[in-house]
Design a protein around this ligand. Sequence first.
Ligand code: ADP
Ligand code: MG
Length: 395
Amino acid sequence: MTSGTWSPQPALPTQAPSAEPAIEVTGLTKVYGAPDASSGWRKWFGAKRPGPVGANAVAKKAAADDVSFTVEQGEFFVIMGLSGSGKSTVLRMLNRLVEPTAGRLVIDGRDVAAMNPDDLRGLRNRKINMVFQHFALFPHFTVRENAAYALQVRQVPVAERHERADWALETVGLGDWGDSLPGELSGGMRQRVGLARALASDADILLMDEPFSALDPLIRRDMQDLLMTLQRDLKRTVVFVTHDLNEAMRMGDRIMIMRDGRVVQLGTAQEILKTPADEYVSEFIADVDRTRVLTAGDIMQEPVAGSVGDDHQRVRDDAALSDIFSLAGRSSVPLAVTGPGGQLLGVIPQATLLAALATPVREKPGREQPLREKPVREKPVREKPVRENGKEAHA
Ligand SMILES: Nc1ncnc2c1ncn2[C@@H]1O[C@H](COP(=O)(O)OP(=O)(O)O)[C@@H](O)[C@H]1O
Ligand SMILES: [Mg+2]
């Protein structure tokens, strides 16, 4: 067997050094069962959002409605929303597992709608890897063979694919388990095999649909940490779907919040916490542990010249609020916030720290404004492979 010396491959040959976005989505719309959804890409190429088509179509609601966003190379982009808000639909349109009804999709500068079947196969097999909540490991394959599955599909020679699988297994901490069968592993370990499969595939875009939702909290946190480390070190672009806002805020560089197929807000965790787009988002973020998301730099105020002396406790601008409470409690003067070089950036009076804990509530307009329903916590739903046009979703 191989020595597992496969080195991490941060950049793919196809990855341009330019700052070209990894994914650009404009007006992407999906109406399930709409006549032009199942009749091939030529129909939606450059199409505008469709009007009602035929008597049946009038009542059909868009599962994804005029969705636009851009994902930068190497970004960790999260799509967040309640069950049924259209997250999976948007994710699956990114590799055309679900055919868009309208809109435009550009990956690495290439219009995906205009791709011929060969190009599309290349995109699905090499460029993008999709990871599902249930990784669908093959019980009769060894862990190594499971990790190498995407490469097997691509007909990579066996020695090479096992070498890469071993590297990936090593990377996720399962270096000794290559010869085992999935049944011999715990649930958390099986999830790592799924992650190893995605890494071994070498795809530079990972699409992940609630991959950790079925895990219990401790394993889940481990997996989140592992994924964040891998993503940073290996410079993959990740589009990650979750219904858990805490998970979204913990992991995402930016978060796109969806409701009823539409984007209600897109921004960093800090932006969303500080300026929720509407009452719906406000209610959503009420449950978030703000002290772990907001940093000293997010809430600091301008220092008054000469006002900060040696008696001020100093904290770094990137320190989470949860880490500075005890310091603040020990002193009656404001905390001094410093940058990487130790330079003074701002101050945090105790009152500012307390105020940062409150959820900003948008002004309620008038009484005539209809009240929105309160978001309800989603129960994990078992994911079934989607069949569309005879294509089956496989991890
Ligand atoms: N294959 C399908 N056929 C018809 N409707 C679908 C299909 N998949 C999803 N939907 C509907 O589209 C909407 C969005 O679903 P989905 O994208 O799965 O949301 P989420 O992933 O946020 O739970 C829901 O109303 C759902 O019932
Ligand atoms: Mg879903």
